[in-house]
Design a protein around this ligand. Sequence first.
Ligand SMILES: Cc1ncc(C[n+]2csc(CCOP(=O)(O)OP(=O)(O)O)c2C)c(N)n1
Ligand code: SF4
Length: 316
Amino acid sequence: MALLNDLAKKKEGLVSGHRLCPGCTHSVIARQVFAAAETDKYDIVIAAATGCFEVSTGLYPYTSWNVPWIHTAFENAASTIAGVETAYRALKKKGKINKDIRFIAFASDGGTYDIGLQALSGAIERGHQFLYICNDNNAYQNTGNQRSSATPFGGTTTTSPNGKVKFGKEQPRKDIVSVLEGHHMEYIAQASPSNWRDLMNKVKKALDVNGPTYINVIEPCTTGWGFPPNKAIEIAQLAVDTCVWPLYEVIKGKVVINYKPQKKLPVVEYLKPQRRFAHLFKKGNEYLIEEFQKQVDAHWEWLLKREECGISYFED
Ligand SMILES: Cc1ncc(C[n+]2csc(CCOP(=O)(O)OP(=O)(O)O)c2C)c(N)n1
Ligand code: SF4
């Protein structure tokens, strides 16, 4: 892995002038992705689904993208990038392009877990070579913080509000990594911008696979989650240290956990600094925090067991 000094000198794929909220991690993640890409060996082409990241970085006639970038509808980042990749393969076959190009789709959880899942599943099944990065900010943030299937249990949003009748989102978040595992992809991972070297390793690996790959990245959203703009990376680290957001890879179906906290923190450490969970700390709601902890523990134990037994359903 390159030294920080060298990384700082690399050409940026996303530059200043965008309109993301102060403290938003969308741009932090993108810069880590570009720092990882070996742009001396290949060019990068991006497709971005409608969402905070897309509307803030590509507001016509301005753009913060320093690489070829294509706007797509909310629901079809995967099919758009698959189409671009197919055109590239066809042109390469005809000898009209001879450079190496790698393709990345960026979408958030609304455009991935929910409305773009069909397009993503189809593109993966067809075996296009692209890396799909989901920047998961746990809700439809661009349109004002509506619940998605990635919203955590108990989290309040405008469409899963807490009050006298409800306590926030009633369902646990969708385990998108497990959903995608059913596609038998060679490489799936989960990462966090707080653990940037780990994230960069994953991007580098994923871009070298000859087929579809997927990385699920936690994307703390200062506005929707309710924390000060300078705390985003701390919040991401707390997600990792509480195992709310385990860092792991599924390589040809085998689980590899990249980070096991020496001391696994209780989930309250993650929940407390965020306004969207404030109601969980009201008297009488202790059971909700216990339930949250139970869900996190169960998923973590399951991952540990899968790593230990090392079985894979994947056929080489
Ligand atoms: C079919 C369709 N439905 C709704 C919209 C309106 N819309 C645009 S972005 C968005 C939410 C984006 O949420 P997410 O993918 O989680 O991205 P975020 O803004 O949170 O980063 C919605 C509802 C749309 N563009 N197209
Ligand atoms: S609403 Fe959240 S995800 Fe969207 S730009 Fe602001 S901080 Fe980023």
